[in-house]
Design a protein around this ligand. Sequence first.
Ligand code: FES
Ligand code: FES
Length: 874
Amino acid sequence: MTTERPLEFTLNGRPVVATPRAGESLLEMLRERFGVTSIKDGCAPQGQCGCCLVLIDGQAKVSCVVPAAAAHGREILTLEGLEAAERDLFARAFVAAAGVQCGFCIPGIALRAKYLLDGNPNPTRRQIARAIDVHLCRCTGYVKIIDAIELMARGRRGEPIPEPVKDGRLGRPLARYEAVKLALGERPYVNDLARPGMLHGAVALSPHARARVVRVDVSRARAHPGVVAVATAADVPGERWYGLIHQDWPGFVAEGEEVRCVGDVLAAVAAVDRHTAREAAALVNVEYEPLPPVLEPLDALQEGAPQVNPTHPNQLSHSVIRRGDADSALASSAHVVSGTWQTQRVEHLYLEPESALAEPTPDGRLHLYTQGQGIFDDRRQVAAFLNLPEDRVFVELVPNGGAFGGKEDMSIQAHTALLAQMTGRPVKLTLSREESVRLHPKRHPITLHYTVGCDAEGRLTAVRARMIGDSGAYASVGGKVLERAAGHSCGPYRVPNVDVESKAVYTNNPPSGAMRGFGANQAHFAIEGCLDLLARKVGIDGWEIRWRNALEVGDVFATGQVLEKSVGIKKTLAAVRDRYYEAKQQGRAVGIACSIKNSGIGNGADEWGRARLVVEADGTVALYNGYTEMGQGLLTVLVQFAVEVTGLPAAVFRPRVDSTYQLACGQTTGSRATLFGGRAVVSAAQKLKADLDKGLSLADLAGRVYAADVLVNDTTPLGAPVPRIKTHTAFGYATQVCVLDGKGRVDRFIAAHDVGRVVNPALCQGQIEGAIHMGLGYALTEELPCVNGMPATFALRELGVLRARDMPAIEVILVEDPEPEGPFGAKGVGEIGLVPTAAAVAGALEAFDGVRRYALPMRDSAAARAMSVGRRQL
Ligand code: FES
Ligand code: FES
């Protein structure tokens, strides 16, 4: 249905006419009818992320809540319509300040900045933070975004602003690859892609957490005008069940089976446009026989509990670590503390919801554009789903708008590919925010029972821990998350006696899987709390007890691995020492926490780094690797490794991630892409360099391919009875200090991180700042509560992610303790930034009001109450 009369308005200075359908939003009209892709759909129709900002008659508005009809007679301005000089200034400012990570939020923020600066040419940082309150950024922690807006202001006043750095050598803040295009919204994400004749997909999800599917009737959906195909379980030609570790997740739930969570897919529709596809998906009629859901892990483990997933008993995993004699050690310890810590389910809330595009190609293959964290895993699972050989599916990564672990599992890649195969036409399927939240795995809620002892001087004697995690309806990588929690149960401390068990358990809640930190966060919240409790008993402070117990070279990690190199925890403690004591002397409430985080999956996995450097005829070098860019800056640091080895300028290298070469490395997870991907790039670059050193030019070498496949396979499974335990290739270390103000609000964070070798200081800082932002939300305001297995809210503000005005000052201190197994000494930094954060906040809160908190988020605190978000109470 359309409006009765055409709308006439001005779009970016050009008069245009459109006839939208009734109910169409301005965002939909501008993106779908006019191809304006600088405005993004991060949460429509909530109006709570700011990605869709436009100026209407000079006023800033989020276009997802504005009816298209309201455009009549107005002037609409988007980033595309700015003068070239202004666009250039905005882009240079964001790039120079390293204010862009995944980039999805940036065009909206840049336009907001223009609106702000038009009215206030010289804003303070506080004013900037308030001005961008509507805007959510999940990557940056806002620090460098505010820096960028300050630079924009300077540039507009005619003051010089720094040029983006082009020097790609190690240690230099080389501008992020494609950052200019990202800042201006010119680098397409999957949902920005369009193909001639393209259809649009939509899915029908289960409203029940547990029910038997009696009948799936798609007749009304199929008959809906504009629908080209409807797919159900019966249409899957190949293996309908997939999964990264266990094949326990059906792409479609079939008649006669049970739905296991509210993200289960019953049908998928392809239609001429997205709106029609979604209308048709709503017409899919499913007859259910509701069943009582299993919602608590302890209930799921009871004898006689319904089996949640037909492929596996409810206990998904059981990880055990035993070293020494914890019982005797605890019995003879000078001090013993114990308690139960509880962590919450958290939504990743990457700003770009899941999207996939599948296109049949003339050679009979399917080209799949994906934003997944492991595109070769996507290919393997999609090919099996379609019953095709893998080489019939060409996969290409479109670097995504954030992932944080939530895009490891398949979401809608298989459904999209099936619809393309059924129709013979390109199909794009993009989830709404609500569908995204229902469908992808979350951070695990874990209950952790700890008992920890120490001697009279505060030296740890033993740790006993029992953990139980809610993995929801599908395995995802839940067993590995609980394994990682067990492995990190003792933090970065020397503990001679260890008795730890962890279990991952199926329930009918939304699945839990990978999320930045991967189980280490939960374990650190508990063990760091125990350190604080013991320090008080011993009569020493938080810094001192950590210093006395911090791991050193030659010490044994919780898993039994002897740490032989690159143990930087004491360096990070030393780096914050003066600030910690100064703040205490000033009478501030201060908390401190340390952390350790593996680099590389380890635990016996074969891990690959793979790279191909291909010299092109145009004098560039294509840099292929198997890992994913998701805003963390991987492609930029890989270029820096190639620059450092070859001496060629950074602009020569063109990073690519697709299946032109067989570069399957597995998921971009475990803070490992810099470590393994970097090693492969270094090795390939050395081969190119050898030819350059013979006096050959790139023109001479055109067509040559320099290959490197690096296999690391010397780690050992948890608990393996081997003489030399090596559960992980490398570890990062950190110490963070949280300082409150006189009203108990988080005022300042100091974060010292051992990153091995700083490849790009700006990107490295940005990772840590963004992680602290996520960690503060985890500590104080973020939660995804569920009622009967259904998320209680999909509203971004109610999920508790912090806004710019909520952020404290952050001081990042980069420490280098080179990792011999890493490229030029580098190791991962992507996850560890929020591993200690919640514990540091808990310590500061206790110093402020005397209350030791054991459950996240710590909403009952002055610090949480001061935040502008996260006020939802169930
Ligand atoms: S998409 Fe409009 S505010 Fe999020
Ligand atoms: S850079 Fe802001 S959401 Fe990724």
